[in-house]
Design a binder for this molecule. Sequence first.
Ligand code: BTN
Length: 273
Amino acid sequence: MQNSLALLDTEIILKYLGVESNYFILNIFDSIESTNTFLIDFFKSNKVSNKSSLIHVAVAEAQTKGRGRNGRSWLSGFGESLTFSINWNFKEFPPSQLSSLSLVIGIALIRVLKSLSIEHIYLKWPNDVLFNHHKLAGVLIELRSGMEKGCNAVIGIGINFNLSNVTRANIAAKTTDLFQMTGKLFDRNLVLSALLIELKKVISDFEKFGFHYFKSEWLGYHAYEGKRICLKKPNHQIMGIVDGVDDDGALFLLTDSGRQIFNVGDVSLREEN
Ligand code: BTN
């Protein structure tokens, strides 16, 4: 915990990572368009191999064009959030087998936040972290298939730490941050290093055992299990009662036309429930 903003610092992060630091290559930016875009361009440039087992990390104090899911923007001012991306080279899985990855990343977020005594946090399918129905964190995964059977994933995470009134006013969705939730200023260097270690662990386990291994834990964190929700798709919306997820992380809804399964869509709670 700290009294004022501590900037992101490579040496401090490496110290917190300890022996695990050998697995990561850190790139810290004061300001960048988007940490996801940075890593995507970095590997596209072909100057580096994405086949190595080293995990590249891009983390920024500010993003000028932070991106969210479904073409939305991700807004945050300098030092107000933890905004970072990592790459992961999946040797065996093509993109079609990675639909549940985003749910597994949500598990890493919840585990780390809970380890810091941050309670009453839940996951909205597929991976938003919610506190009291307000969004604390989001995940954007972008996949690029290679020539062979695997694929390269860029996994971007944004966690709100202490949003200014200006940033808040510009965000349409119901949003919260760690300071608002707890009255405490958390150390982003510490949270980042804990997340990097946990992400490496959960993604390795996901590669070995699949989503099935995580399913009951994920359902334990599921914000809207058994609740009536609205699932918005690009051209229409479906009402239904949430009835779990399958082994690929797709969402089951009990609708007027029976039990249906969905791979994409934006979930919102129906207030009458
Ligand atoms: C969402 O909830 O819509 C996903 C938000 C993802 C935001 C993070 S911040 C770091 C990384 N860089 C981006 O441009 N987006 C992700």
